[in-house]
Every structure is written in C-alpha cells, then in structure tokens.
Design a protein around this ligand. Structure first.
Ligand SMILES: C[S@@+](CC[C@H](N)C(=O)[O-])C[C@H]1O[C@@H](n2cnc3c(N)ncnc32)[C@H](O)[C@@H]1O
Length: 220
C-alpha cells in the first residue's frame, strides 16, 4: 500500500479548486458509504460536529437539514477556497450553527480539547500520507470528548474479485498520474486506530466495484 501522498499540498489545492461542484459526481460510489455512516454514527444525539475536508458541503447540509438536533453546531474545514465557498453557500440557512475554516493543510485545528462529540472525515484521509493520517486521527482524539465518535469513510482495498481488479486498476492510475484520481488511493484506515479507540462499526461498501471503508470508533 502506498504510504506517501500522490499530490503535494499545492497540487491538492489546485485540483480541488478547479474541480469544485463536480466533486459531487463521485456520489455514485460515496453515497452508499455515507448512508452507512449516517446509520451508525448516532448523529441524532450529537451536539458538536467537526468535519475535516468538507468539500462542497454536501454532507454538512445533510447533517444540518435531516440528522442533527435543531441546536447542534457544525464546524468544517477545507484547503480549497472553491470548496469553502460552495460549503458557505450551501449552509447559508444555518448561519448561527455553522463555522467554516480555511486550512493550510496541517492536521492541527483551532479547536479546544474535548470540545466535539463527532469528528467526521469523508474521502480525505485517502489523499494524505500515512504520517498525516496518524496526525489527523491524533488530532481527532484531542478534540473529541470522552466517548466521542470518530466517523470516517474513504477508498479502501477491494475484497471480491471484481473490486480487487478495480483496486488494482485504481492503483495503476494513481501511480501513473495521481491527478487522474484526485490524489486518492485505497487505504485501510482501521489499521491506524490505537488502543484508545473502540471500534463500534466497520463496513466495506462496494458500488460499481469501488470499495469504501466505513469506520465508527469511540474514544475511550
Ligand atoms: C475527495 S474530496 C472529498 C470531499 C467531501 N468530504 C466529500 O466526501 O465529498 C477531498 C476534499 O478534501 C480536501 N482536503 C484535502 N487535503 C486536505 C487537508 N489536508 N485538510 C483539509 N481538507 C483537505 C480537498 O480540498 C477536498 O475538498
């Protein structure tokens, strides 16, 4: 498995600034994993949600519209100005409940210790190096309250014959030119969790051969 990033931080920003709203076309394989996350992360009892890499704000809008209690707040960040603007437009009806912050790409977020009860990241860790994935999960541990939930989805290795073939094809494209796949490659994020996490739910969702990992882990 590739431990390193495919795209540098400036290349990631350039790619997602130019992709913009077209990111939502990935819903043909993301939605099945996001539905699984929504089913198992108990958002109905969440008060404070943090999202690392909010993209177009599609998941945030879903959370605020349908899944969170009326008083719950959302904090999201991204490195792409285009994505941040799309998220702000999308969340315009929730101005008192949302904060959207521009990141320079590091794992450290300007949030207090033990201040959130959900830390979400969808299809972002699969862009990062292994060291950066460890750093983001470490930051999630700092920010989450005791028993807070880490909620992750992302590309992972296929298990069946067809999805194994897809994984191999994806890895070839990533190796030839990571821009073809937005810098993303299959990763097994479950392996990054240490003994401070209790795995509550794990699932691999497959859509058209593309496998996505769904992880819900509780901070002990
Ligand atoms: C594949 S998109 C996924 C977007 C969204 N979470 C979704 O599921 O549709 C990856 C997003 O992560 C953002 N991103 C990449 N590296 C990041 C970092 N280090 N910190 C925060 N956001 C990052 C990109 O700008 C992009 O919006």
């Amino acid at each position: 498995m590739n431990r390193k990033r495919g795209l540098t931080q400036p290349q990631v920003v350039e790619f997602y600034d130019s992709l913009g709203a077209k990111q939502d076309k990935q819903n043909y394989y993301e939605d099945i994993a996001l539905a699984e996350l929504l089913k198992h992360a108990r958002f109905a009892t969440a008060q404070t949600v943090v999202e690392f890499g909010c993209g177009t704000g599609r998941f945030a809008e879903q959370l605020l519209t349908k899944y969170l209690p009326a008083h719950a707040t959302y904090w999201g960040c991204d490195v792409s100005k285009t994505m941040l603007n799309l998220t702000r437009d999308r969340l315009a009806n929730f101005v008192n409940r949302e904060t959207v912050w521009e990141s320079t790409g590091g794992a450290i977020l300007p949030l207090p210790d033990a201040s959130a009860d959900r830390f979400v990241s969808n299809y972002v860790l699969d862009i990062l190096s292994f060291n950066e994935i460890f750093a983001v999960i470490g930051e999630a541990k700092r920010i989450l309250k005791k028993y807070g939930l880490l909620c992750l989805t992302g590309l992972t290795n296929g298990k069946g014959l067809f999805s194994k073939a897809w994984t191999a094809f994806w890895n070839v494209r990533f190796a030839l030119n990571p821009k073809w796949v937005g810098g993303c490659r299959p990763v097994e994020v479950r392996g990054f969790l240490d003994a401070d996490w209790e795995l509550e739910h794990y699932h691999i969702a497959v859509a058209r051969g593309i496998s996505s990992e769904v992880v819900v882990a509780r901070k002990r």
